[in-house]
Design a protein around this ligand. Structure first.
Ligand code: NAI
Ligand code: MG
Length: 348
């Protein structure tokens, strides 16, 4: 029995997570898996009523769960960044979710903007460092709003932080038959201090995995190759900022935000799974949001909990729905959010 904390959040978040849970319940009905869901009312409404984002008591409660399943946060009534930073980023740091796992997988070739690329050609996973790098928040501003203004933003790379994300990437390959290579993506030729550390950490960790193939790409070359030869990649490990950028490129070549999924993972703690898209206030409440990314996020949760076969069943069902054109309007179909979730559940 897995205890899942559900944070539906704002906008379309509740609509799409409802479909993800529907699919998990369909899976549970036809497998050994069992889930118990508990809802946490966090987001704009709760914040506007109480002034609270995530309290320490809520964090202590969340720590008791096997995983967190999140929709999206962000609402036009609240200043941009308050909910995103105060909920999402806070949870990522509180639970030390130092891995951001982003699969880039083309499920149906009709949805990629790349010419002549089929399913197997676009199928790799980005392992992004999720807690340090340029996003650690080190820096400051001097003489603000004057002609002499100075702004710095420092890139934090700890040997421990870098090594653990690289080790996760190697373990990921070692645990799976279908992949054999880890590519480290950096800018070691210019960021000689920061990415020199990455290089040394990568070379050291690689020694423990003689059977895993190693590769290196500078980030600029990486973007070219992702467009021209995405089939060259299995698992790519990279720093926080480069990971942010290349995973958006990845989301587009795999078919767009409707299919992009993100896992914020602490292998020894509580991990959090979410669709990459936001709360889409422009379409909230209309029952037209595409639930596919949220459903694939639920599949990733099942996989990380240790049930790859069951996760595959969800992915296969999603793939079938795309083939059958049983999708919402953004993917070319004419189903509502709930109907799209029903169809995928029926395939399970
Ligand atoms: P967004 O991803 O919410 O929406 C961008 C565009 O894509 C909109 O036109 C929206 O209608 C469409 N869209 C997004 N998801 C869709 C889905 N499942 N089905 C159909 N169409 C979909 O990004 P935007 O507009 O920049 O941000 C809206 C709010 O969401 C903001 O408050 C932002 O801060 C927040 N946000 C939250 C994230 C999270 O919780 N992880 C991630 C990104 C944004
Ligand atoms: Mg981004």
């Amino acid at each position: 029995m897995y205890k899942i904390a559900v944070i539906p959040g704002d906008g379309i978040g509740p609509e799409v997570t409802e479909e993800g849970i529907k699919v998990l319940e369909a899976l549970a009905a036809d497998s050994e898996l069992e889930f118990e869901f508990e809802y946490f009312n966090l987001g704009a409404d709760h914040y506007l009523e109480t002034g609270e984002l995530v309290t320490d008591e809520v964090k202590e409660e969340l720590a008791q769960f096997d995983a967190i399943y999140l929709g999206a946060v962000g609402d036009p009534r609240v200043e941009p960044g308050v909910l995103e930073k105060g909920i999402l980023l806070d949870l990522r740091f509180t639970f030390d979710q130092y891995i951001n796992l982003r699969p880039i997988k083309l499920l149906n070739e009709d949805f990629t903007p790349l010419k002549d690329k089929a399913g197997g050609d676009i199928d790799f996973t980005v392992v992004r460092e999720n807690t340090e790098g340029l996003y650690a928040g080190f820096g400051g501003v001097l003489k603000k709003d004057t002609p002499d203004e100075v702004a710095t933003q420092e890139m934090v790379n700890t040997r421990k932080g870098v090594e653990r994300v690289i080790r996760y990437a190697f373990d990921y390959v070692q645990d799976r038959d279908e992949v054999d290579k880890v590519t480290v993506c950096d800018k070691r030729n210019v960021l000689t201090y920061a990415h020199g550390l990455w290089q040394r950490a990568f070379d050291d960790v690689a020694k423990d995995y003689p059977e895993v193939e190693e590769d290196h790409m500078l980030v600029d070359a990486m973007t070219m190759k992702m467009v021209r030869n995405p089939e060259d990649f299995d698992v790519v490990v990279t720093c926080n900022m480069f990971g942010d950028i290349i995973t958006d490129l990845g989301a587009e070549i795999q078919g767009g935000m409707g299919l992009a999924v993100s896992g914020n993972i602490n292998p020894d703690g509580v991990s959090m799974f979410e669709p990459v898209h936001g709360s889409a206030p422009d379409i909230a409440g209309e029952d037209i949001a595409n639930p596919t990314a949220a459903i694939l996020a639920a599949a990733m949760m099942v996989e990380v909990l240790g049930h790859a076969e069951e996760a595959d069943r969800i992915e296969t069902a999603v793939q079938q729905a795309l083939t059958d054109n049983k999708t919402t309007s953004d993917m070319g179909g004419d189903l509502s959010t709930a109907e799209a979730g029903d169809y995928i559940s029926s395939l399970l």
